[in-house]
Design a protein around this ligand. Structure first.
Ligand SMILES: [Zn+2]
Length: 395
């Protein structure tokens, strides 16, 4: 056997053990059973992983035939990655440990006219003191991302930018916000068929079909906010009648004002909804119903098993849910789509940044925890985490 083969087998076996422990704590005997590896191999690899500080031993559990076993689990915070969202309203930066726990997060607003250089510079400053020990930084944007290029982000007014960065102290990868959010669901919950809807100022969807993220030829798959319809309202992309002009949350505020409401921003609207203000409830019901129809369309486009609602709309979900389900029931094509499971994102508005961090966390598991300092030695450029999935994502 060549040396490369031995290394590859070691990687695969370590990956199998780590993946098994991601599901639940287990004894060495459990691991031998779930991974199909010999007990001696499991013991050797577990020792290795304990020494590297990736695992920890817990309580003793009585085993089969009365032989007790020590429960092993992934050590909390043993590894973590940074994620950032360059959003329309501001920047979010956070750290997520390899078990999915958000360790810390910070957010800052920025003036609308601020360009990409200024925003990346501010991000770099914020990252520098917190980069030590992080696997990498995944940055998400509300636009079409293709490798290190941003083709178009209408709501930021950015077009055709080279994002290959110098000066970040850790490896950096870029991804569209909805796609990164969808990937984080795959990574943390193992979804095979999923549509992740990000609805804030803009509307986008990240689709995972049969375990793979849909990107399309130019990375534009999922930019459904720019489906054109019969409307005439101008869109930030320069055209008219895009779906986003109807479903985007700026239109929710406009509708609220048209109904006599006075909310200037979403926080105010949310507070009004909590008090049951009539105009707020009406505007939210209207949006919910329209979202339900939109989901009926998504169901025939992609037929997901589950839809997650993220972005600022996740916070509005309690008010959107009933009209959304009613709208979906009315518009569904197949009877089975009438009850398509729809949930708000568990990470709320932090989801895109968590998705950014998960690009690196997924890569770490993929490599069986054999992480090297150099991107090349980790199997290629980090973009392949987001773009290639040569071994199948989270497999
Ligand atoms: Zn548009």
């Amino acid at each position: 056997m060549r040396k490369g083969d031995t290394q590859e087998i070691r990687r695969l076996n370590r990956r199998a053990i780590l993946q098994s422990l991601r599901q639940a704590p287990a004894t060495r005997a459990d691991l031998a059973r779930t991974t199909g590896l010999a007990k001696s191999a499991v013991s050797r690899l577990v020792e290795e992983l304990l020494e590297e500080g990736l695992l920890e031993e817990g309580e003793v559990r009585p085993g089969e035939l009365g032989r007790p076993g020590v429960l092993l689990r992934l050590k909390p915070q043993a590894r973590y990655a940074l994620g950032a969202e360059l959003g329309v309203e501001g920047t979010v930066l956070l750290a997520v440990d390899w078990r999915g726990e958000v360790l810390w997060s910070q957010e800052w607003p920025h003036p609308k006219e601020e360009g990409v250089e200024v925003r990346l510079e501010a991000l770099k400053e914020a990252v520098r003191p917190r980069a030590e020990g992080a696997l990498g930084l995944g940055i998400t944007l509300p636009g079409v991302v293709a490798g290190p290029r941003l083709l178009f982000a209408p709501n930021l007014g950015w077009r055709d930018l080279d994002l290959s960065l110098k000066g970040f102290p850790i490896p950096v990868a870029f991804e569209n916000d909805a796609k990164a959010s969808a990937l984080s669901e795959v990574f943390f919950h193992g979804e095979e068929n999923l549509a992740y809807v990000v609805l804030s100022t803009g509307l986008g969807v990240g689709v995972v079909a049969e375990g793979r993220l849909l990107r399309g030829t130019h990375g534009a798959a999922g930019e459904v906010g720019h489906w054109t319809g019969g409307g005439r309202a101008p869109c930030r992309c320069g055209r008219r009648g895009c779906l986003e002009t109807e479903l985007g949350l700026q239109n929710l505020l406009a509708h609220h004002r048209a109904l006599g409401g006075e909310a200037e921003d979403l926080d105010t609207l949310l507070a009004l909804a909590e008090r049951g203000e009539e105009a707020a409830m009406k505007a939210l019901a209207h949006l919910g119903e329209a979202l339900g129809r939109f989901l009926a369309n998504l169901a025939v486009a992609y037929d997901p098993a589950r839809v997650v609602i993220g972005g600022r709309a996740a916070e509005l979900f309690p008010y959107l849910e009933a009209p959304l389900r009613a709208g979906l029931r009315k518009a569904a094509f197949l009877p089975v789509h009438q009850n398509l499971p729809v949930y708000p994102s568990a990470y709320g508005h932090l989801a895109p940044a968590v998705g950014g961090a998960s690009l690196f966390l997924a890569r770490f598991f993929e490599l069986g925890g054999l992480w090297a300092e150099s991107p090349r030695r980790n199997g290629g450029p980090y973009e392949e985490v987001a773009l290639g999935f040569r071994h199948g994502f989270g497999a």
